[in-house]
Design a protein around this ligand. Structure first.
Ligand code: IFM
Length: 457
């Protein structure tokens, strides 16, 4: 199927989902806001990382991005047009604490104040993520997430945000995808801050999780009716063969990808098999850290994109695994495998192993090389098909008893896709970056009709 080929829509209906289901779209500050030097915002690790030659595929940065800082009313109108009832965004920590800690920048707080009011005025529920990777550079100079003092700074920042917005924001996500911010940022070096040390990465993970637990308590104290959770990037892990070695490799890979986060968050501590594998690379902890990390939350945010197939690779220490690029499978233009069934399996597995009271799909989406036609339209049938099939998969999980209570598309807008720059377009809305013109893609129009946007106007 080409991206503009005829596509026969699947017969999926909004009414098939539970009545109070949340329908949303997700965004994040550094990927859309731009205005990095405006209103006292401090430097973030991503400003610093992007400035280093060779780090970003197209040499770009989030300096302008979608200029959402100035165009947010138009963007929220677009979200409203989709017919969603929830809007997920993140706060840029360096707008609030330009130096990471210490003095608060009132203009930063005022911006999110206006944004939240704008979300509510359009009848949308604000879902606020505190950390979607734009750490103040000032904190990085003190060690970033390797340093325990960043935990204190995050708790102070959470306190300020929940005191200021808690009267209107009831859904709080502490962190987005700690695996990415810590493993890609501190072990693989492909995300900011660009370090390549596994011990540092595991320490960073620990501090991120600890900051989540401590911030959860602070948010609850400030906002009595808050619903607090964390969003994890989770993947079904498949063994490349049924050999004992590959099956064991899949367990190890799952250990770092999924269990390293889920187990401590839900009171089990770090998985013992993984602690044995990492040995003295394990994080340094204080007595009550695991108790804090397991602070009760209200929901888990699941970000689902693709499964991973894994084989045994004894030379790849310490995990001795290798991700296999299996052939003959459908992929997005990013190369990510399209596997809706994996979503059902993942949700069922989390439900079986952790029995959580509530889950939301806080991200799901795809990137294709969209083009604008002469009629100024973007016909992205592949994205529509992707979404339809993943909605079916989510529904299958609900029917099997998974307490899935919402679905957020990644993303409202095409945006700055981190190390991939602007090449990857995930939006329901096309952004023509030179003019900043927005064009609702055919997938966005389809989503609006699926949600019956007219009905709620
Ligand atoms: O764009 C990212 C987002 O910031 C975090 N989750 C995955 C998305 C697509 O890569």
């Amino acid at each position: 199927m080409t991206n503009s080929a005829q596509h026969k829509p699947l017969n999926i209906e909004r009414n098939a989902f539970p009545e109070n289901f949340k329908w949303g779209c997700s965004t994040s500050s550094y990927q859309i806001e731009g205005a990095t030097n405006v209103d006292g915002r401090g430097m973030s690790i991503w400003d610093e990382f992007c400035a280093q030659p060779g780090k970003i595929l197209d040499g770009s940065s989030g300096q302008v991005a979608c200029d959402h800082y100035h165009r947010w009313p138009e963007d929220l109108d677009l979200a409203r047009t989709l017919g969603v009832n929830a809007y997920r965004f993140s706060v840029a920590w360096p707008r609030i604490f330009p130096n990471g800690a210490g003095a608060v920048e009132p203009r930063g707080l005022d911006f999110y104040d206006r944004l939240v009011d704008g979300i509510l005025e359009r009848g949308l529920e604000p879902w606020l993520t505190l950390y979607h990777w734009d750490l103040p550079q000032a904190l990085q100079l003190e060690g970033g997430w390797k340093s325990r003092s960043t935990v204190d700074a995050f708790v102070a920042y959470s306190d300020v945000m929940s005191l200021r917005l808690g009267d209107r924001v009831k859904h709080w996500i502490t962190h987005n995808e700690p695996w990415c911010s810590c493993i890609m940022g501190y072990a693989e070096g492909v995300h900011a801050p660009g370090e390549t040390n596994l011990k540092s990465a595991l320490q960073a993970c620990h501090h991120v999780l600890l900051s989540h637990g401590l911030a959860t308590k602070v948010i609850r104290e400030n906002v009595v009716d808050a619903k607090v959770g964390i969003a994890l990037s989770l993947h079904p892990i498949i063994a490349a063969s049924q050999s004992e070695a590959d099956l064991a490799a899949a367990v190890r890979h799952d250990g770092l990808r999924n269990r390293w986060f889920l187990d401590p968050l839900y009171g089990r501590g770090y998985p013992q098999d993984m602690l044995e594998i990492v040995g003295n690379l394990a994080p340094i902890m204080e007595a009550d850290d695991l108790l804090h990390i397991a602070a009760p939350t209200d929901f888990l945010g699941v970000n689902y994109y693709f499964p991973e197939t894994v084989e045994d690779a004894q030379e790849n220490l310490p995990f001795r695994t290798n991700v296999v690029e299996n052939t003959g499978v459908e992929r997005t233009d990013f190369g990510w495998q399209v596997a809706p069934q994996g979503l059902t399996e993942l949700l069922l597995r989390i439900h079986r192993d952790y029995a959580l009271p509530s889950m939301y799909l806080t991200e799901n989406g795809s990137t294709y090389d969209d083009v604008v036609t002469e009629e100024n339209e973007v016909v992205d049938v592949k994205r529509q098909s992707y979404l339809e099939r993943h909605l079916f998969a989510a529904l299958d999980a609900i029917k099997a008893g998974v307490p899935l209570q919402g679905y957020f598309v990644w993303s409202l807008l095409d945006n700055f896709e981190w190390a991939q720059g602007y090449k990857r377009r995930f939006g329901l809305t096309y952004v023509d970056y030179p003019t900043q013109r927005r064009i609702l893609k055919s997938s966005g129009k389809w989503f609006a009709s699926f949600l019956d946007a007219e009905r709620i106007k």
